[in-house]
Design a binder for this molecule. Structure first.
Ligand SMILES: [Zn+2]
Length: 163
């Protein structure tokens, strides 16, 4: 028997009444997004975006390229230069999971912040709201886990970056 309908969201206030969450707060909200990394775009399309007065490469990269935040799979929003993680047999490992200090930065927030939270992005914006999990990896960085799909024992590796 498979899961054919998603389970209802957990109401944190109902499960943990001693915690200071308002009624209706979800324990976890999962969003599925499609990513279009700028470095994977065809050259012709990249050049159009780069020359566009409407969007430009920086805005594309912030708001339309790779989703920031904690996620399973997808592309990695590297803080520094991209890294290649290999297993002990030299196989290039696949991205499995990213754990982020911030779910988005102020430049990317207009695109990636949940609709329910966009009102929080006003001029008196509190930077603490970027990391609701309370995690801080280095200086607002990310930790990435990888898995080798070629080795039968599926070893995992990691990388972490911050600014
Ligand atoms: Zn391997």
């Amino acid at each position: 028997m498979g899961l054919t309908t998603p389970p209802p969201p957990y109401d944190v206030a109902e499960i943990f009444p001693e915690l200071p969450f308002p009624p209706g707060t979800d324990l976890c909200q999962v969003l599925r997004v499609r990513e279009y990394p700028i470095e994977e775009l065809p050259d012709e399309l990249y050049e159009k975006i780069e020359k566009s007065a409407l969007i430009g490469a920086d805005l594309y990269e912030d708001q339309l390229s790779v989703a920031p935040g904690t996620k399973v799979g997808g592309w990695i929003p590297w803080v520094q230069a991209p890294e290649t993680v290999t297993c002990r047999h030299g196989h290039e490992m696949e991205h499995l999971l990213t754990i982020a200090s911030w779910e988005h930065d102020p430049g990317a927030a207009p695109r990636w912040a949940p609709l329910e939270e966009r009102h929080l992005l006003s001029s008196d914006f509190d930077p603490e709201q970027l990391g609701p999990s309370g995690l801080m990896i280095g200086d607002a960085g990310d930790a990435h886990l990888f898995v080798c799909l070629e080795c039968p024992d599926r070893p995992v590796g990691s990388a972490a970056q911050w600014s």
